[in-house]
Design a protein around this ligand. Structure first.
Ligand SMILES: [Ca+2]
Ligand SMILES: [Ca+2]
Length: 305
């Protein structure tokens, strides 16, 4: 039994290396099932479950590190750059506290430890797997296949608490899309569709351009991500969707820092720059986006299952 465990651990380490090397790639395809896909055993049922590995890359406009020459994000909520602020990332993911999201799993006791398995962390993100996406008529519809909260790292990669790419259950349909949302940035739906066969490795980099998100290029619809000099040419989720509904509008502005006084040492939706402070920096993100009335086609979708 001990020997079997060692073999399993060795297999996971090998596969972890495999997945990490793939996460660095910018390819956007679903690969055919591979012999080196991660395999986990459920001894109680004496069955083997082969998962789908999903390596995502996404940036948040508010968290872009303005001190760097290339696009990356800060981890100031985990390792504050202000000596008067303590680490602020919550052990339990924040999404499970939202109405209708009580099923969202995600807990990482070492989230404020930069030496933990996931190393540097910017914040929690919510990843949803959508199947049967139908955009032929309004409202657009989808089946929610699975959703969980994961850790977003400064380099944009989304990882599980072990530092590796998230694993999801296989899904028979070939039209799966991946949705990434954040508690104060506007979420995105992948423009690509993927096959979710057992053992598949899905890699998708949202940062290469707004066209990686569904809705890009449609006349009259705002680009689903922002790409600017400030973001160093990377596509980022728009900052300022404080009520997590896919729009950045007066409702979000109404939630923003009601006192308009600086506040420090807080994990708050009003801290749009994700540095533990609520001040003019955050105002400078939400105000121009709210004035533009940025909205996402996420708001056109209705869950059908
Ligand atoms: Ca909103
Ligand atoms: Ca801030």
């Amino acid at each position: 039994m001990k020997k079997n465990c060692n073999i399993l651990i060795f297999t996971i380490l090998l596969v972890g290396t495999f997945l990490c090397s793939h996460a660095a790639s910018t390819a956007t395809t679903t690969k055919k099932p591979s012999a080196s896909a991660r395999v986990s055993t459920n001894s109680a049922e004496k069955s083997v479950v082969v998962t789908v590995s999903v390596a995502l890359k996404v940036f948040l406009q508010g968290a872009i590190d303005s001190t760097k020459n290339i696009a990356s994000m800060t981890n100031y909520l985990q390792a504050p750059n202000n000596p008067n602020i303590s680490a602020l990332l919550p052990v339990n993911n924040p999404y499970a506290a939202y109405p209708g999201y009580g099923d969202v799993q995600g807990r990482y006791t070492q989230i404020n430890n930069v030496s933990g398995p996931a190393k540097e962390v910017t914040d929690w993100v919510l990843v949803e797997i959508w199947g049967n996406v139908n955009t032929s008529a309004f409202p657009y519809t989808y089946d929610l296949v699975e959703r969980r909260a994961f850790l977003l790292k400064p380099n944009g990669s989304v990882v599980d608490t072990n530092g590796l790419a998230p694993q999801f259950a296989p899904y028979a349909q070939s039209d799966v899309r991946v949705v990434v949302s954040h508690r104060n940035h506007m979420g995105v739906i992948s423009n690509n569709q993927f096959a979710f066969n057992a053992g598949a490795v899905v890699e998708y980099d949202f940062t290469t351009g707004p066209d990686k998100a569904f809705g890009s290029g449609i006349q009259g619809v705002p680009e689903p991500m922002v790409k600017s000099t400030y973001t160093k040419g990377a596509a980022c989720l728009w900052a300022g969707d404080l009520n997590f509904d896919g729009n950045i509008n007066p409702s979000d502005w109404g939630l923003f820092n009601p006192t308009l006084l600086p506040i420090s040492g807080t994990y708050s939706i009003s801290d749009i720059s994700l540095d533990g402070l609520i001040n003019a920096d955050d105002y400078n993100f939400i105000y121009p986006n709210y004035v533009k009335s940025i909205y996402s086609l996420l708001t056109y979708f209705k869950k059908s299952n």
